[in-house]
Write a new protein. Structure first.
Length: 234
């Protein structure tokens, strides 16, 4: 069974339809990447799944349970975590304090700050550092750790590598792969087609709110992904 199952999701901003009936599913321990040019509808799709933006139609199921009607915080309590674009850490608080903010009051999971440090030894060294002083990759890893503190079954991440140096992207991706190995379902929005092609289990390209390509990395290419981003076949 899929962890995350989206059917025919549709969402708009006023008169503008940003997401036209998108369907996708992500299994435990699988990473699905959503690609596409600026304005393709990726962020609106993620926010509609997380419940931050109201979908007009379609359904969101988490571990087989329909959560479409739930508010964002109830979806989070059901096990769906969102790491938004820009990560939204508190820059003056330490790594430990930022991680503690992710602790769920309603879900009893295995995650403590010590368990996060065990899973991500690179973060342990930064325990007392203010989040604002970290590199972008380290901040992304803290945001992923904070999401884990809520004991999610699925994590959705927006613009993982935006604004990061190549070394920082490596750091963030290392954290993502560890999360995948824990059996958590990952839905990731990425602008870097090459990175996605080399990491994903499954790939989806959006253009003007539509899915223009959906394939495994073995069955597609960089050229095909680029072409689909602009709405035409290779
Ligand atoms: P980007 O990579 O630039 O963030 P995206 O693929 O995430 O792009 P969205 O941000 O979901 O795309 O935008 C989809 C469409 O909805 C675009 O045409 C955008 O201009 C429009 N849009 C997004 N947010 C709003 C908003 N708050 N109000 C009005 N229109 C919006």
């Amino acid at each position: 069974m899929s962890t995350l199952d989206i059917r025919d999701l549709q969402a708009s901003h006023g008169q503008l339809r940003a997401v036209h009936g998108v369907s996708l599913s992500v299994k435990p321990g699988e990473m699905l990447f959503v690609l596409g040019a600026n304005g393709a509808g990726k962020t609106t799709l993620l926010r509609s799944i997380a419940g931050d933006h109201r979908a007009e139609a379609g359904s969101v199921r988490l571990s087989g349970v329909d959560i479409t009607g739930l508010a964002a915080h109830h979806r989070a309590r059901s096990g769906l975590a969102l790491v938004p674009e820009g990560r939204r850490l508190f820059p003056n608080m330490t790594v430990r304090e930022n991680l503690a903010l992710g602790r769920s009051t309603s879900r009893e999971g295995p995650w403590t700050i010590e368990a996060i440090y065990e899973a991500f030894p690179n973060l342990a060294k930064l325990d007392h550092a203010p989040a604002g002083k970290l590199s972008g990759g380290e901040q992304q890893a803290v945001a992923i750790g904070r999401a884990l503190m809520g004991d999610p079954v699925a994590i959705i991440l927006d613009e993982v590598s935006l604004g990061l140096s190549p070394a920082a992207v490596d750091f963030a991706y290392d954290a993502l792969k560890r999360v995948r190995d824990m059996g958590i379902a990952l839905l990731v929005v990425e602008q870097d087609l090459n990175r996605a092609l080399h990491t994903a289990d499954d790939l989806m390209v959006m253009c003007e709110g539509h899915v223009t390509l959906h394939a495994t990395p073995a069955r597609t290419s960089l050229n095909a992904l680029a072409a689909a981003s602009f709405g035409h076949d290779e």
